[in-house]
Design a protein around this ligand. Structure first.
Ligand SMILES: [Fe+2]
Length: 158
């Protein structure tokens, strides 16, 4: 392997690890927000919505675990401190004090949509430039999960 290829692979490796840690940070924030809403939602549909949000935070936790372990597969460290996650999260933790259930679902849909955009950008890069089909496949499966969760969240918005 030429020095140029090795150098390029090493650069790609750093970029994908940075991207995975950025996804992890955004997943963490969405996990936190979904869990808070699971606890705090009120209204006539409480039981169904509380259970629904409980299912979603558990799905997001599985996603976080998969993404973090992919970073380990790549022989790097997932960025797991709260401080570092919030600093990578582009200031998205702007939670209202007591949103209505309707606004909770709108906020969640916005965050799921933002993560999908981020994932699509990274997937395009990994396919075109980084020759990392493993990370690309993992992130595609994460994208599919967010698309499905978004459909379900949209169905709660009138
Ligand atoms: Fe619970």
């Amino acid at each position: 392997m030429s020095a140029e290829i090795i150098q390029s692979a090493s650069k790609s490796h750093k970029v994908i690890v940075f991207a995975l840690n950025s996804v992890l940070a955004n997943e963490y924030l969405l996990f936190n927000k979904t869990l808070n809403y699971h606890w705090n939602i009120t209204g006539p549909n409480f039981q169904g919505q509380h259970t629904f949000l409980g299912e979603h935070y558990k799905q997001i936790l599985v996603i976080m675990d998969d993404v973090a372990e992919r970073v380990r597969v790549l022989d790097e460290r997932p960025n797991i401190t709260i401080k570092s996650m919030f600093s990578r999260s582009e200031g998205k933790d702007n939670q209202e004090k007591s949103p209505s259930s309707e606004n909770m679902f709108r906020n969640l849909l916005r965050d799921h949509t933002d993560i999908q955009s981020q994932l699509k950008e990274i997937i395009a890069e990994t396919k075109t430039f980084m020759h990392d089909p493993g990370s690309s496949d993992l992130l595609t499966s994460v994208l599919l999960k967010h698309e499905k969760m978004s459909w379900m969240i949209r169905s709660h918005i009138t």
